[in-house]
Design a protein around this ligand. Structure first.
Ligand SMILES: [Zn+2]
Length: 214
């Protein structure tokens, strides 16, 4: 492999860490940046720095946000008692495209994947269980992808949520017994084995409407 001056080699190494970027692309990007104006290169570096400095996870739903709680959790027009659970922050866009969903979200930041060493403790679910235990949720729509990992995550989630909901029912502090938590799963309008991120809005809307009890 060709040897580059240290700053170039360093940039190529960093670029190779991006998903889908191999050695060839990384070299192409690095040389493109070398040829670009100082302003363009600085704008890119600034954007990366600002991303890490100003963005954080919403303390309620784990969505990526620059304000906490995020725009969805802070929106009084949205039904805060209807929660759609998705794998990644980017999955929210797929549900929003349907324009038919007026609830809020919860982002797991992954799916169960024993092969890749992702167990329940790696998923962000604590704040959702807290919401359920406080009786703040009427229905949870599990919108993980219809892949093996997504389905396994949905089953595990349903069992865990049911336990959290049951522990609330036995708490003496619960003012009055509230209606049982509804846990639903999106229908398979999203093609099986595919990622919901690539679902078009019509199939996504259908799969939200056709959701079934889990
Ligand atoms: Zn939020």
């Amino acid at each position: 492999m060709q040897r580059y001056a240290e700053p170039m080699a360093r940039l190529i190494e960093e670029l190779k860490k991006l998903p889908g970027v191999g050695s060839k692309s990384a070299q192409r990007y690095a040389f493109h940046l070398l040829r670009s104006t100082d302003e363009d290169a600085a704008a890119l570096a600034d954007a990366v720095r600002a991303l890490k400095a100003s963005l954080r996870l919403c303390s309620v739903c784990n969505n990526v946000t620059d304000v906490d709680p995020c725009a969805y959790c802070a929106n009084p027009v949205r039904n805060q008692r209807l929660v759609c659970v998705v794998e990644e922050p980017t999955s929210i866009a797929s549900v929003e495209r349907t324009r038919g969903y007026a609830g809020v979200y919860h982002v797991l930041h992954g799916t169960l994947s024993p092969l890749h060493g992702v167990g329940p403790e790696q998923l962000r679910i604590g704040n959702l269980l807290d919401r359920v235990e406080r009786g703040e949720v009427d229905e949870i729509i599990v919108a993980t992808s219809p892949t093996l990992e997504g389905e396994a995550t949905a089953s595990w989630l349903a069992a865990t949520l049911r336990r959290a909901s049951a522990s609330r029912a036995t708490q003496p502090s619960a003012a009055q017994p509230s209606a049982a938590l509804r846990i639903t799963r999106i229908a398979t309008g999203v093609p099986a084995g595919s990622d919901i991120e690539y679902a078009d809005e019509v199939s996504m809307a259908r799969s939200m409407e056709g959701r079934r009890e889990l």
